[in-house]
Design a protein around this ligand. Structure first.
Ligand SMILES: [Zn+2]
Length: 279
């Protein structure tokens, strides 16, 4: 994959209908490069439907990823809840793979009051079992735990990178808006640089060639993320982020999760293309 592709989290608002297929078609019409299929309320797409999505996406030159259901907690204290969470990730990976997606994204866990180190061990074990199952199915989909925006949620930059170093087939979903909301920082050229530098040092250059990024404006307070905002209504310095991504020659998908979806996705793409080439 060459360069960064920009697209929306879910079907663009201006699509003919809200089906995935019409969403993919609209992405191509808009001149965007990718879309994340939102299975956030459950994986309701069947195998035949997924194969059709793959065809339309290939024809339109649109790359796909998928977001797993929200109801996942790999640190749940009841074994049946962990199993149900694992099943949701596996089901997302199976259907995403038939759609031609190379990555799935998920919200890994809640701490539930546990010390983060304890939660990490449980998450790593549960996710390791998921990887094991998918490997047996010859799945090649990257599993991407997302950086989360609230301190009650598992998913700091460090936790996500730790999982990626310890588990084969796991790569980060770097949600820059979430990290900004969670820390109240990481909103400048040098701070964005420090994130990419960590990715490079801990995971190798190959990780920068295979990035999966979420961006949006965001409102936040003491408890981190409050809600997503359109970029221009937020304090998020997206142009600085894009410059860092260009300077590092990062490659992969940038998924826009602003409420206005395609409007901000296009804004990001145009801003990125207008910036001077990497130094
Ligand atoms: Zn998410």
């Amino acid at each position: 994959m060459a360069g960064l592709l920009f697209g929306t989290g879910g079907t663009p608002h201006s699509s003919k209908t809200n089906t995935t297929i019409d969403g993919v078609r609209r992405i191509a019409e808009l001149g965007l490069g990718c879309m994340e299929i939102e299975f956030v309320q459950g994986v309701k797409m069947g195998e035949a439907g997924a194969r059709l999505v793959a065809e339309v996406a290939a024809r339109g030159g649109v790359k796909l990823s998928a977001h797993a259901p929200y109801f996942i907690n790999l640190n749940a204290h009841e074994p049946e809840k962990i199993r149900a969470s694992q099943d949701r990730i596996i089901q997302t990976a199976r259907i995403a793979s038939l759609c031609g997606a190379e990555s799935i994204v998920f919200h890994t866990a809640f701490y539930l009051g546990d010390p983060p180190g304890e939660a990490y061990i449980r998450v790593k074990e549960s996710l390791g079992e998921v990887m094991h199952q998918l490997k047996r199915e010859n799945s090649r989909v990257w599993l991407r735990p997302e950086i989360m925006g609230k301190p009650s949620q598992f998913g700091t930059l460090e936790e996500v990178l730790d999982l990626c170093t310890e588990l084969e087939g796991v790569a980060p979903c770097i949600d820059f808006a979430h990290w900004h909301a969670r820390t109240g920082a990481f909103n400048s050229y040098s701070e964005f640089t420090s994130i990419l530098q960590q990715v490079k040092e801990r995971l190798d250059r190959a990780a920068l060639d295979n990035m999966h990024i979420h961006v949006s404006g965001i409102a936040y307070g003491k408890k981190g993320e409050i809600k997503h905002l359109n970029l221009k209504e937020s304090d998020f310095l997206y142009a600085e982020l894009l410059q860092v991504l260009k300077d590092y020659d990062a490659q992969g998908l940038v998924i826009c999760e602003s409420p206005n979806l395609e409007e901000d996705a296009l804004l990001l793409q145009e801003t990125y293309n207008a910036q001077p080439r990497a130094r």
